[in-house]
Ligand binder design. Structure first.
Ligand code: NAI
Length: 353
């Protein structure tokens, strides 16, 4: 384990165990140079402990890069709970986990991820103030899909500005793949901003509920990625940008919420060679993490302040685009460079007591 930690330069790995509730959780803290380590709680029936540890380490490191590149003053962490969320989750287990997280005194701040829900966060929150995403009814930000969508649309604006010299959506055409929690909010914001929107979803019910506006048209799921549009916005699945799909794209910009859109790191270069501007997914979908961090500021969560912070993803994308140009690298590589630069910058700042 120490070897893996050394290789990835991790700060801590905490193991939490409580017999009566059956809790077995691992909290990985990758890097806290920029601020407290942020990362969600993932609950999964991992086949082995090793698999759980590796997942925690990998996801915590990804959070460091996400927060740093998105311009947030947060580090990277992750909590994984070993267990089946349907079968093994209980109020007691969550509250015990909340107490373990509280013991870390703010080193780790958290919210939901695969296998945990907003309701779970409300339970954890009873034990721990470092759960930063919780219900609006309790004064928290609530579900983060709307904030994620706001971040995606802010990223789109920065891309439009870079490609056309004008960030406005009037007369622009956007293809949104997947109109679930995030995609439906993206469509709403785009319609408000005057864009033409085409949508597709495998769930017809979702399509019906979103295609209620005259600016919105619908195509079959198989067609959405290859439409001749200004922006293609993947808001469903990962891996949609790959050796096979990239040659068929007919957009100027790719900017969406889906995680891990690039199948391989090199697919970023393929997009660049095709002259398509790619907004790195992990930057533009950072809205949820950013609103969560607002809960820690004086006076607790404030919607307006949090939204203003999410809108600053515009500047984060702008910086990535200019760094990519300056260094002659793809935007995904520039995002990683930018993240490292911010962490190095903060280390310099900290050298003065
Ligand atoms: P969701 O499950 O609510 O929505 C996904 C939608 O995509 C569903 O309506 C589904 O029917 C549709 N879909 C699935 N396969 C499709 C296909 N082949 N073609 C077209 N549509 C398809 O999920 P959510 O929360 O909206 O997330 C969307 C993406 O954004 C995911 O990749 C997620 O990891 C990512 N994301 C979400 C965040 C959030 O705050 N919810 C935060 C950061 C990333």
């Amino acid at each position: 384990i120490f070897q893996a930690m050394e290789q990835g330069d991790y700060e801590h790995l905490f193991f939490c165990q409580e017999q009566s509730t059956g809790l077995k959780a691992i909290i990985a803290i990758h890097d806290t140079t920029l601020g407290p380590a942020a990362g969600g709680i993932r609950m999964k029936p991992y086949a082995t402990e090793e698999e759980a540890i590796r997942d925690a380490l990998r996801l915590a490191q990804a959070m460091t890069y996400k927060c740093a590149a998105a311009g947030a003053n947060l580090g990277g962490g992750k909590c994984v709970v070993i267990g089946d969320p349907q079968r093994d989750k209980s109020e007691a287990l969550l509250r015990v986990l909340g107490r373990f997280i509280r013991r870390l005194n703010g080193l780790f701040i958290t919210g939901m991820d695969v296998g945990t829900t907003l309701e779970d966060m409300d339970i954890l929150r009873q034990e721990c103030p470092y759960v930063t995403i919780y219900s609006e009814a309790l004064g928290g930000p609530g579900d983060t899909a709307a904030a994620t969508a706001l971040g995606v649309v802010s990223g789109m604006r920065a891309c439009l500005k870079a490609v056309y010299g004008d960030e406005r959506f009037q007369g622009r055409h956007v293809a949104v793949q997947g109109v679930g929690a995030v995609g439906s909010h993206v469509v709403e914001l785009l319609v408000q901003a005057g864009a033409l929107v085409t949508i597709a979803d495998v769930d017809e019910e979702r399509v019906r509920s979103v295609a209620t506006h005259e600016q919105v048209t619908v195509v079959a799921p198989g067609e959405i990625a290859t439409l001749p549009v200004d922006i293609y916005s993947p808001c469903a699945l990962g891996g949609v940008l790959n050796q096979t799909s990239i040659p068929t794209l007919r957009c100027e910009i790719v900017c969406g919420s889906a995680n891990n859109q690039l199948q391989e790191e090199q697919d970023g270069e393929l997009l660049e060679q095709r002259g398509i501007l790619y907004a790195p997914d992990y930057i533009v979908n950072a809205g949820g993490v950013i609103v969560g961090a607002d809960s820690l500021l004086p006076g607790g969560y404030k919607q307006q302040r949090a939204e203003a912070a999410v809108r600053r993803l515009y500047q984060a994308v702008e910086q990535v685009i200019s760094l990519a140009k300056e260094q002659h690298v793809s935007t995904n590589r520039a995002a990683a460079l930018l993240a490292r630069k911010r962490i190095e910058m903060m280390k310099q700042v900290r050298s003065v007591a």
